[in-house]
Ligand binder design. Structure first.
Ligand code: CMC
Length: 430
């Protein structure tokens, strides 16, 4: 990987060579791992804006071009022609499956959809109005207590079983959390249904009457899950890798990732976008809210806008924007006022000098909530839906990290700015 080197000269004249590593795409990186040993200095990069934390062959983003690829395949092609489980296989195994491999994979995921019955009793302990992300994180963490039988991280078969369990059981856990919020009985998974049909019936069926699955809804969710499936070293995935790097139980590492995803700067933005659109309420108020977003003294931000990596359209947002119109039309809900409001807000922001200059474009979360809302999924479940889609990315990265001979415990350093050494003062002398 390494061809050239940068030469770094300290003020005292000591020279260090920083090897340059080239990947298959994207900027070269400087290998600074020997920098501290040779120069006695650390690098400083809060928020890791210019730091590669690992090498990875799973997902690539070109933020300037607005390009997202899973294992080399552009997300637009996968969104058009693939399914979420096929994409999951691709992310986990590196190649698209054959017909038989996909059939096997789908059947394996179906066979893992049930929860250990004891886990259901956890839900009795939560308040009826607990946020489903809090329940998801807690219950996925508890999988480390229920499914520790096949968990030797050095065993590739055990790593597979872990990935299958996460992918298969997350919709079941999400549905149980939703049913608790609704005060309705838990609905068991049905393995004759496909992944998203099963999710819908667990969410919306009730024992009192038959439930008819809406194929438009199932297809829409499948597409959204493809778009959410992975996004290289984002905050939640880096959290999973970091927690996992200590050798922690991988279910606990995924629970940590779920907690990281919940924040409004990350996956929680889809919920925040809907709250923002409802607060704006009407096209006549857009100017006022755009002004608030630009005001340095106002903490308000336009939710669903901006991205650390994309300085162009987020390709996922482009796909979702197109699909929103189509899906709302097919569902007979094309006159959704929130969708019109979102379009109007996007138009104003994209013409505004502040957003142009800072290269702030709509991101994946700007339109996803509008679709989820149209499908009848409550706002509090939006980030849970994101988590189900992203769960395969988390497990793919955990597997890659565990199998990488360069993996060491993640342990960043710091620029200390606290008091210099001083002596303890007894309490009666202070
Ligand atoms: N509204 C108004 N101003 C913004 C926004 C926004 N949504 N996003 C960034 N800015 C401004 C920010 O104030 C800063 O201005 P200045 O340079 O004058 O200080 C500049 O743009 C750069 O922002 P930053 O916060 O330094 O950028 P970041 O890379 O650290 O943060 C972000 C990226 C996504 C957290 C941020 O754009 C944001 O808070 N957006 C709203 C929340 C959101 O939609 N999050 C979902 C991200 S996509 C889903 C996912 O992958 O997680």
């Amino acid at each position: 990987m390494s061809q050239d080197a940068y030469r770094l000269k300290s003020p005292s004249g000591k020279e260090t060579e920083l090897p340059v590593l080239s990947g298959t795409a994207g900027p070269d990186v400087l290998d600074i791992s020997k920098l501290y040993a040779q120069q006695g200095v650390f690098t400083y990069d809060p928020g890791f804006a210019a730091t590669g934390s690992c090498s990875s062959n799973i997902t690539f983003i070109d933020g300037e071009e607005g390009l997202l690829m899973y294992r080399g395949y552009p997300v637009e092609q996968l969104a058009k022609s693939s399914s979420f489980l096929e994409v999951s296989y691709l992310l986990l195994h590196g190649e698209l499956p054959t017909v038989d491999e996909l059939a096997d994979f789908e059947s394996t995921i179906r066979r893992h959809t049930m929860l250990n019955e004891g886990m259901l009793s956890f839900f009795k302990g939560f308040r009826y109005d607990a946020h489903p992300m809090a329940m998801l994180s807690a219950v996925v963490g508890s999988m480390s207590a229920y499914y520790h039988d096949k968990l030797d991280a050095s065993n590739p078969q055990h790593r597979d079983i872990f990935a299958h369990r996460i992918l298969a059981k997350l919709p079941t856990i999400a549905a149980a959390a939703y049913k608790l919020n609704c005060g309705q009985p838990f609905i068991y998974p049905r393995n004759d249904l496909n992944y998203c049909e099963n999710l819908l019936q667990m969410f919306f069926a009730v024992p009192a009457e038959p439930y008819e699955i809406d194929q438009v809804a199932a297809e829409a969710i499948d597409l959204l899950f493809i778009l959410h499936a992975d996004h290289e070293q984002n905050c939640s995935t880096s959290t999973v890798r970091m927690a996992g790097s200590s050798g922690a139980n991988p279910y606990s590492a995924v629970a940590a990732g779920i907690s990281a995803l919940w924040g409004p700067a990350h996956g929680g933005a889809n919920e925040a976008v809907l709250a923002m659109l409802e607060e704006i309420g009407d096209v006549s108020q857009i100017g006022k809210y755009v002004d608030k977003a630009k005001d340095k003294n106002d903490p308000f931000r336009l939710m669903g806008f901006g991205h650390r990596v994309y300085k162009n359209f987020d390709p996922r947002a482009t796909i979702i924007r197109k699909m929103a119109h189509k899906i709302l039309g097919r569902l007979g809900r094309v006159d959704t006022p929130l969708y019109d409001l979102a379009l109007a807000l996007e138009e104003v922001a994209l013409k505004d000098e502040y957003f142009i200059e800072k290269r702030l474009y709509p991101n994946v979360d700007f339109y996803s909530g509008i679709i989820y809302r149209a499908l009848g999924i409550p706002t509090s479940m939006f980030t849970v839906m994101f988590a189900i889609g992203r769960s395969v990315g988390w497990t793919a990265h955990w597997r890659e990290m565990i199998g990488d001979s360069e993996t060491r415990i993640s342990r960043p350093r710091q620029l200390y700015t606290g008091p210099a050494k001083r002596d303890y003062v007894p309490i009666d002398k202070r």
